[in-house]
Design a protein around this ligand. Structure first.
Ligand code: B12
Ligand SMILES: *[C@@H]1O[C@H](CO)[C@@H](O)[C@H](O)[C@H]1NC(C)=O
Ligand SMILES: *[C@@H]1O[C@H](CO)[C@@H](O)[C@H](O)[C@H]1NC(C)=O
Ligand SMILES: *[C@@H]1O[C@H](CO)[C@@H](O)[C@H](O)[C@H]1NC(C)=O
Length: 424
């Protein structure tokens, strides 16, 4: 629908960039995902810096939607960065702005100007201090990886300490970092590696980078293309895209990995935003160049006239039964309750939680918070997750953690879902 002109634009952009391995997706895939990202930008909703970053990396034309998003991001940064953003959020804002040719040291909105880099440095120092004193970051190692990456890419100081800490975690036999975290950490470490002369540091980073990248290649072989799960694979592809020299002479069968991603129909804009750069042959390491250089050669994206699927409400969806338990054996007064609810087939898990609450509000009350990945359950039965205690409500089916949140996951008939108060 975007037309031939646009696809040629993508091809030109890709031909102009240094793409290792010739790993790029067809322009149909890239332009469809770009359109999905554009459609996800809604005025009045909190802006998502990962979306703007992905648009810039994929070489989207400088459209009005993008400019609108950019302005929202500048406003949000001025409003919230210092006070209520985590280090990782600030890091994503820095990447989004820099890739849009905006100087993160002078972010202007509402008559004010802030220096996002020094805010990021402060918040990263707090993460490092917490890691040194308590052995855990203030937020997560995923955020610390974003911090180090973002500081290194913008050539600001303060990325070396977190990069070294990340390398040690990667190499520690009992740390078990998830694929998502290892992928972003690898990109941060690759940047740090090329900006440091200290021999000991370089050796440590090299070891960690070999470990992560070879680990990903091994996992891809075992998983027939999948690295971790379908949502971590995109970040892993970005990392492999950017770190070829650390697993050379080993070859990467990127076509195999890409085919797994092609087969999946990503719905969440956040999921698309993490996978799209890799499909466009890019990674977060390419942030400092693309936005400014490549955009002008694209024709404007036309707003899509997405056909309204309409409601074919003739036959009622059959109902399914879902069993649902809430369990706290961690904190305060322990509890464990189970119920069964009927919901229309195809309902999300959120509908199940709502049905349980409607039937027994005293027991199955819950609260959600809107996040970049959709609604996150932050409290059940009056017991709230707390980032200081590193607690959260984990969702499981058949004893295995779900790979999607309540707003996305669709239980099947007879399934037993457990929400267990846990630590991370
Ligand atoms: C760290 C992390 C967590 C931490 C967050 C702790 C914290 N306070 O920072 C904890 C352990 C709590 C967590 C929980 C879950 N997570 Co998580 N998480 C991540 C991870 C590794 C990094 C997120 C991050 O820090 N981003 C950087 C910051 C700066 O951005 P942010 O937007 O502010 O981040 C917030 C949101 O990401 C939110 N969040 C984290 N995970 C999830 C999951 C869902 C479904 C939602 C709605 C929000 C959410 O917490 C972050 C901090 O506030 C991502 C990996 C990824 N690829 O993004 C997975 C990831 C987002 N999580 C995922 C999942 C599946 C979950 C769980 C559903 C797991 C489960 N079986 O219970 C639960 C959420 C359940 C619930 N209560 O609703 C999936 C989501 C896939 C999808 N399609 O929805 C991801 C992509 C991992 C993966 N590859 O499978 N997670
Ligand atoms: C897009 O255009 C706007 C306004 O003309 C400009 O401020 C912004 O920096 C441009 N973005 C990119 C990525 O070139
Ligand atoms: C983005 O960061 C790079 C590296 O520091 C810098 O050279 C470039 O000027 C930055 N872009 C903007 C618009 O500030
Ligand atoms: C990476 O290091 C971890 C921890 O030491 C180890 O368990 C793993 O086997 C290593 N992986 C590779 C591919 O070297």
């Amino acid at each position: 629908m975007l037309g031939v002109a646009f696809s040629i634009g993508v091809l030109l952009a890709l031909a102009g960039s240094t793409v290792a391995h010739n790993c790029v997706a067809s322009y149909h895939v890239v332009s469809k995902m770009l359109q999905q990202l554009e459609d996800s930008v809604k005025p009045g909703e909190p802006p998502n810096p990962s979306v703007l970053l992905a648009m810039n990396l994929a070489g989207a034309p400088n459209s009005s939607v993008q400019n609108q998003l950019l302005q929202e991001i500048e406003k949000e940064a001025v409003k919230r960065a210092q006070k209520d953003m985590t280090s990782g959020e600030v890091a994503l804002y820095v990447l989004a702005l820099n890739s849009s040719c905006k100087d993160p040291r002078h972010v202007q909105a509402m008559g004010k100007s802030i220096d996002l880099i020094s805010i990021l440095q402060e918040k990263t120092d707090e993460e490092v201090a917490s890691l040194v004193m308590k052995g855990v970051p203030k937020t997560t190692l995923y955020s610390v990886s974003l911090d180090a990456l973002s500081l290194c890419l913008t050539k600001a100081g303060g990325y070396q300490a977190p990069s070294v800490i990340l390398a040690k975690w990667v190499l520690s036999p009992d740390s078990h970092l998830d694929v998502d975290t290892r992928a972003v950490a690898a990109m941060a470490m690759a940047c740090a590696y090329s900006h440091t002369d200290l021999r000991d540091v370089r050796e440590l980073l090299l070891k960690a980078l070999r470990n992560v990248t070879n680990g990903f290649l091994d996992e891809q072989e075992k998983g027939h293309g999948m690295i971790g799960n379908i949502y971590s694979t995109g970040l892993a592809l970005q990392a492999l895209q950017a770190t070829g020299k650390f697993y050379a002479p080993r070859e990467w069968d990127c076509a195999q990995a890409f085919s797994v991603v092609y087969k999946h129909d990503y719905q969440l804009s956040m999921a698309i935003a993490q996978v799209l750069p890799a499909l466009a042959g890019r990674s977060y390491l390419d942030v400092v160049s693309p936005g400014c250089v490549k955009t002008s050669m694209y024709p404007s994206l036309q707003p899509s006239l997405s056909p309204n699927p309409g409601t074919t409400g003739v036959h009622k969806a059959p109902t399914i039964e879902v069993h649902y338990s809430i369990i706290n054996k961690l904190q305060g007064k322990h509890f464990s309750y189970t119920t069964s609810v009927q919901v229309p087939s195809g309902s999300t898990l959120l509908k199940v939680l709502q049905a349980a609450e409607a039937e027994k509000p005293k027991i199955f009350s819950f609260q959600t918070e809107q996040t970049s990945w959709g609604p996150m359950v932050v409290s059940i039965h009056g017991l709230a997750a707390n980032s200081n205690d590193r607690t959260y409500w984990q969702f499981l089916s058949g004893g295995k953690p779900l790979q999607e949140g309540v707003g996305t996951y669709k239980p099947h008939d007879g399934e037993h879902i457990e929400a267990i108060f846990s630590t991370y």
